[in-house]
Design a protein. Sequence first.
Length: 244
Amino acid sequence: MGGKVYLTGAGPGDPDLLTVKALRLIHQADVIVYDRLINDEILREAKKEAILIYVGKEDSLHTLPQEKINALLVAYAHTHDTIVRLKGGDPLVFGRGGEEALYLSKNGIAFEIIPGISSAIAVPAYAGIPLTHRGINTSFRIITGHQTVFSEDFDAGVLRENETLVILMGLHRLDKIIRSLLYNGLDSSLPCAIIENGTMPTQKQVFATLDTIVDESRHIHSPALIVVGETVSLHKNLEWFQSL
């Protein structure tokens, strides 16, 4: 038997943002290997006989190391037809989908990549923040909030030209990130937002500036996304999503 692995993006959380193709594959899947933050409503779409395996990761707590996840996908591809590797957002945006695809290719396993709506784009939209806006900026950058990225050597570069910065997985290092951005020349009055549980009924958001965001976001918890840039100020007129 030669199965196929579908590296599938589950979107940012709201089940309605799951793609039609992803939903069809979840319905068909013999095995679903899924990450942390996958909405339970999405998992309930699996057929009753499907095998569901949780391999979620969070800071300092990995259910399985990446090497074992890779091996698991190969093992199930030898025993089942349709394996869905379900990842939050898009599988190739900080989702290690590329690493898993390379491992599958190396081991002769057929695979397909199913793009998903990234939280980096959807969550700001649900908070009324356009990542680009004519007359304000022409680009945005998505970056991980990993502690090794933000240091005195971090080059904020084009942010000084009004680029919008979206920082994923950075809430626990917020103090360090803000200090790094200020050290690298960003104005302390630059608008900033932090959005918790974006696209979900429990979404919360805080709007502030770089010099006040740390204090004003003490009540925000993970998962959360950070947005920095002039387009954040547009939320005053563009907020549309009503959370609980």
